[in-house]
Design a protein around this ligand. Structure first.
Ligand SMILES: *[C@@H]1O[C@H](CO)[C@@H](O)[C@H](O)[C@H]1NC(C)=O
Ligand SMILES: *[C@@H]1O[C@H](CO)[C@@H](O)[C@H](O)[C@H]1NC(C)=O
Ligand SMILES: *[C@@H]1O[C@H](CO)[C@@H](O)[C@H](O)[C@H]1NC(C)=O
Length: 407
């Protein structure tokens, strides 16, 4: 329901501000430096650009390389469609080093501060790296969310060419990091590269609106890389609540981040915490540690107190990690609180506080997400326990407060 509302809302926004003309630009045939023709059809509806003929390379999808040699001013990178066609050898690209490819989301560009922070933290670590940024800002522009969603497939295909050109140098340590719509976009990079799989994709609060009901070929999932790890910080709202990787971390309950109420830009704050936590994970000494939970639904039902084994989240994750994990952070930077030792009562109370908050503030979303059978099962289990005879067995499904009291 909420997601339909979101899409309708953004559509409305879009349509309201449109002139009544649709223009198809004349630059359908662009000659590239290789001399090959690259026809591209773009429909512009007001400020919304919708790519129809999805051919790459595309001047609206550009690549930049940061390296120890160029840590502040990235080098532009030219990527061609054909094998061997690029100017990577003229850049500081070093095939012997690990490669990161960072992809921004909707209404943003590659210079989004929380993404630049990731780059900064990588370079604070002593090792050198190839850090590519994909810039598709003109195809991701607000207020046209549906157009940006549509364009992710095309941008994914163009980014796949970057991966192909990199691999031609024998570089195999390739890690895609996508934030928000960029997280879902990595799915289309993966689809284009099949049967090859990149070793790792990290989804940073992959976008929710527009992706909840679509099939796995159209959104990030664990089939998209040898290892897919996902951080959820604004589930139900800007991010997806769905488990999307081999391992999914729900930070502070996954919806509302501590400290975000204090900031003016509340809407972006929760969502942007995913890249902020990830950036911190690169250099943190304490580390973000998560404890296992069978599913996010189980968390909502209060079935996931802190327990062992704890696993580390973020850059240094062990690629054998699997399943849903819950993480608690501080409300200000540095956010990592390290591993819990002994009785984790404080962590448990924080986790419960977040859970109650979610149930209170987003009960409609929660109810449309969780399975009613699951609710019934939880209630039956509860009724079998000793103190259960105080209440009726059949709750009003509309009333999450009541259900919460019950479980
Ligand atoms: C590689 O090509 C890009 C795009 O044409 C250009 O901006 C950049 O300067 C080139 N890099 C080098 C090192 O020649
Ligand atoms: C990753 O986890 C596996 C299984 O728990 C373990 O055997 C392995 O040593 C770990 N790898 C690293 C690098 O910690
Ligand atoms: C939900 O349950 C609470 C506690 O039983 C009750 O006070 C409240 O009126 C109920 N709300 C609705 C919408 O039924």
């Amino acid at each position: 329901m909420w997601k339909q509302f979101f899409v309708i809302f953004t559509y409305f926004h879009c349509v309201k501000s449109l002139p009544q003309v649709i223009t198809v630009p004349a630059d359908n045939h662009l000659s590239t430096k290789q001399g090959t023709l690259s026809p591209r059809d773009t429909i512009s509806i007001g400020s919304c650009k919708i790519v129809i003929n999805k051919l790459c390379p595309d001047p609206d999808v550009t690549f930049y390389l940061y390296s120890k040699k160029h840590p502040e001013q990235p080098e532009g990178v030219r990527i061609g469609a054909d094998p061997g066609v690029s100017n990577l050898t003229a850049t500081a690209f070093n095939p012997a080093l690990p490669t990161k490819i960072i992809i921004h989301g909707y209404n943003s560009d590659m210079y989004l501060n929380v993404l630049i922070e990731i780059k900064k933290q990588y370079f604070l670590k002593t090792q050198d790296l190839n850090i590519f940024f994909v810039d598709w800002a003109s195809l991701a522009a607000g207020p046209c969310y549906p157009a940006a969603v549509w364009n992710t497939k095309h941008v994914g295909e163009c980014t796949a060419q970057l991966v192909e050109r990199i691999r031609e140098f024998g570089n195999e340590d390739i890690h895609l990091v996508g934030f928000s719509l960029g997280g879902q976009l990595t799915n289309f990079v993966a689809n284009t590269l099949r049967p090859y799989q990149v070793p790792r994709i990290t989804g940073l609060d992959p976008a929710g609106p527009g992706f909840l009901t679509v099939s796995p070929e159209n959104k990030l999932d664990k089939g998209d890389a040898q290892f897919v790890d996902v951080l959820h910080t604004n589930a139900f709202i800007q991010g997806t609540v769905e488990e999307s990787g081999h391992v999914d971390f729900y930070l502070n309950g996954g919806v509302i981040q501590p400290g975000c109420w204090a900031e003016n830009r509340f809407f972006a704050c929760n969502h942007h915490r995913a890249p902020i936590y990830f950036a911190e994970s690169i250099t943190t000494k304490l580390g973000f540690w998560g404890w296992p939970c069978p599913s996010y639904g189980d968390y909502l039902f209060g079935r996931c107190p802190p327990k062992e084994p704890q696993i580390i989240m973020g850059e240094s994750i062990n690629a054998t990690s699997r399943g849903v994990h819950l993480v608690i952070t501080d409300s200000v930077s540095p956010f990592a609180v390290g591993k819990f030792t002994g009785p984790a009562i404080e962590i448990y109370l924080k986790s419960e506080k977040h859970r109650l908050n979610i149930l209170r503030k987003y009960r409609k979303q929660v109810m449309s997400y969780i399975d009613e059978d699951d609710v019934v099962e939880a209630l039956q289990q509860h009724s079998k326990s000793k103190n259960a005879n105080r209440r009726i067995l059949y709750p009003d499904f509309e009333n999450i407060t009541e259900i919460y009291d019950f479980i």
